[in-house]
Design a protein around this ligand. Structure first.
Ligand SMILES: [Zn+2]
Length: 640
């Protein structure tokens, strides 16, 4: 903006000034709201919970760490009161769907500690554009007290203020902050930035509750340099060890100099620095710990000692007198008619919504029994009026039981249970970018032209062709956008075990590397199992094709091959085209396989099993007057 123009505008009148300032400020405001946090510690995780005071550390060592966690039994449902800040006109604010997903993250990560969470009834909504953009710097000077004063806090639930952004007094952008356990209502609060709340299962929401239950950062103390008075040393035991009294006061979380993008490989999620503790021991930081600042994309866990500390923090808070954590929620009717249906490698749940006051629904799953072993699925949640959910996280050869409940109802009142049995499922394969792709596949009855599938994968298993054991069939694959480094892979799961790693399951493809078309011959093994088999085709760029996993480029398509057989029935020789045992057309049901009863009737031409060839059968009956000749060097496997 041209300064002289502003000055002249001031000279003319205030209205022009305001207009020009708005024109000048709006773009900046827009940019600020779009800023992605820089790759810097604290910013990337964005936690603004302050380091514990010396007094708090003493309290943890002498009081909280002494709490006996065997007191923790039975139901430990923790109520959350959501306070949703919005613009003056009621726009903005975190959605109930996001809050339900965030709750599923809490329930999934804290179930190990025996803790579950629920929202205490509907959220409080506060229309206040100023506080919606929470900025503790001048001239805004927003305060947490102002957030609290703008709503009605619960004294029987954790109060969480959800705002659009958080700028701390020091000017840094934060994702959220919390307090360590104290018997004061104002420390029974968490402040969360909306966009950080449901971003990652192991993200800031779960992290802030860690602080709420008295967990410190894994870099607590150590981030101030190896000689700092509370820096944690690398050894876990012996004379150099101080892990029980310094750092985060826990010995199963390794000493952590704090995340720094300059010494971290985010591709492999590994620490690449050479920092050492005061004795010269190289740090091996816990890069996948929820209480670290390492990127959420690198995963997240609580260690056993952290789980114990969480339980101690919970029991400490639960014993406080200035608030409780067990609000009685209003009645929210649970859904009815829950069904679970298997669809390839996913399970579709659907139900009837019986409530009008639900914030959303949470999905729990057990692989133990219909009555025990349920755990919340991280991300297993839908918003208000949701009536279906798809579970992509199943594994094969497993029985699952599902149940659902409202996110803001009684913590232990569920729908009825739905069960599904999962048989063999296939390893997923897809690509991030559809550039080269499978544009046409021809194989027997299959002739499929297609565009690139969503996420680089399309399930065409409803398209099939029949094959006969012991015979070959041609397959041709065309490439929609050719590159000379492209490669095509083709696999068939002959033994129906859910992978493509067994003998003869990967075909020899002609045309690699190159832009296609690619061709191969599918030789169905004489002992192939009858029935449907997955035929998988992949085009990838500049690498050896693999049957499973995600590639940067290309596409994957699955089809069905149906192996014909006369398994369980009888396969008669008819000699239609020649005397050769290994010609499919000479048999009523294709070349006999190891599960076929074989009969060679009389009155037909001689049957010849030539040198070097092998015949199969479950049983073999050569009728009186019929003739079977087995050449030297030929093999006949019957009854194997
Ligand atoms: Zn933190």
């Amino acid at each position: 903006m041209n300064l002289s123009r502003i000055v002249s505008a001031i000279d003319i009148n205030g209205k022009s000034l305001i207009l020009i300032l708005i024109l000048g400020i709006l773009p900046n405001t827009h940019i600020v709201s779009q800023i992605t946090p820089p790759e810097k510690a604290g910013e990337i995780h964005g936690c603004a919970t302050p380091a514990p005071s010396l007094q708090q550390i003493q309290n943890t060592l002498s009081v909280i760490s002494q709490v006996q966690v065997n007191q923790l039994s039975g139901s430990n449902c923790i109520a959350i009161k959501a306070h949703i800040f919005r613009n003056d006109d009621g726009t903005g604010g975190i959605s109930n769907a996001s809050l339900s997903i965030a709750l599923s993250y809490l329930n999934s990560f804290y179930s190990e500690a025996g803790l579950q969470f629920y929202y205490c009834g509907q959220p409080n909504y506060i229309n206040n554009s100023d506080l919606y953009v929470f900025d503790a710097t001048a001239p805004d000077n927003d305060t947490e007290s102002a957030l609290a004063a703008a709503t009605t806090e619960a004294n029987d639930a954790v109060n969480i203020f959800f705002v659009n952004s958080i700028k701390t007094a020091s000017g840094s952008n934060a994702c959220g902050y919390a307090y360590y356990p104290t018997n004061l209502p104002q420390f029974n609060r968490i402040v969360m930035r909306n966009s950080c709340t449901a971003a990652y299962p192991n993200g800031t929401f779960v992290h802030e509750f860690g602080h709420y239950f008295n967990l410190y950062h894994t870099h607590q103390g150590t981030e101030n340099g190896p000689s700092h008075i509370s820096a944690e040393n690398v050894p876990r035991s012996g004379p150099q060890s101080n892990c029980s009294t310094d750092g985060d006061l826990l010995c199963d979380t390794d000493a952590d100099p704090r995340y720094d993008s300059g010494n971290f490989n985010s591709g492999t999620c590994s620490y690449t620095g050479s920092e050492t503790d005061q004795f010269g021991n190289l740090y091996t930081p816990p890069v996948n710990n929820i209480m670290s600042y390492y990127p959420d994309a690198c995963g997240g866990i609580f260690t056993p000692d952290q789980i114990t500390r969480i339980q101690q923090g919970y029991l400490t808070r639960d014993a406080h007198s200035s608030y409780s954590l067990h609000c009685t929620p209003p009645a929210v009717p649970v859904p009815t008619d829950l069904t679970a249906t298997l669809d390839n490698n996913l399970v579709n749940l659907s139900w009837t919504d019986m409530a009008s006051n639900e914030m959303g629904y949470l999905v729990e799953r057990s692989s133990t029994s219909s009555s025990a072993g349920y755990e919340a699925l991280a991300g297993g949640a839908v918003g208000p009026d949701g009536t279906d959910f798809t579970d992509f996280s199943i594994t094969g050869n497993q029985t699952y039981w599902y149940r659902i409940k409202p996110a803001n109802g009684d913590c232990e009142t569920y729908s009825s249970v739905a069960m599904v049995e999962v048989g063999t499922i296939f390893c997923p394969a897809n690509s991030n970018t559809c550039d080269e792709y499978i544009s046409r596949v021809q194989c027997g009855d299959i002739d499929n032209s297609s565009a690139c599938g969503t996420n680089g994968y399309t399930d065409y298993t409803h398209l099939s062709t029949s094959v006969t054991p012991g015979t070959g069939i041609a397959i041709t694959v065309e490439n929609g956008t050719s590159y000379s480094q492209d490669e095509c892979g083709i696999w068939i799961d002959w033994n129906q075990d859910g992978d493509f790693d067994d003998a003869e399951e990967e075909l020899v493809v002609t045309g690699n590397p190159g832009g296609g078309p690619y061709s191969a011959t599918i030789n169905t093994p004489p002992d192939a199992l009858p029935g449907d088999h997955i035929l998988r085709i992949r085009i990838t760029y500049d690498k050896t094709p693999e049957s499973c996993g995600t590639d940067p480029y290309g596409e994957v398509e699955d089809y069905t091959l149906n192996v014909e057989s006369c398994s369980g029935s009888v396969n008669f020789w008819n000699g239609a085209t020649s005397t050769d045992w290994t010609q499919s057309a000479n048999w009523d049901c294709g070349i006999p396989i190891s599960t076929t009863d074989v009969i060679i009737p009389a009155g037909l031409p001689e049957v010849l099993l030539g040198s070097g060839l092998t015949g199969y059968g479950k049983t073999l009956e050569v009728e009186l007057g019929a003739q079977l000749s087995i050449a030297p060097g030929a093999g006949l496997n019957i009854g194997n």
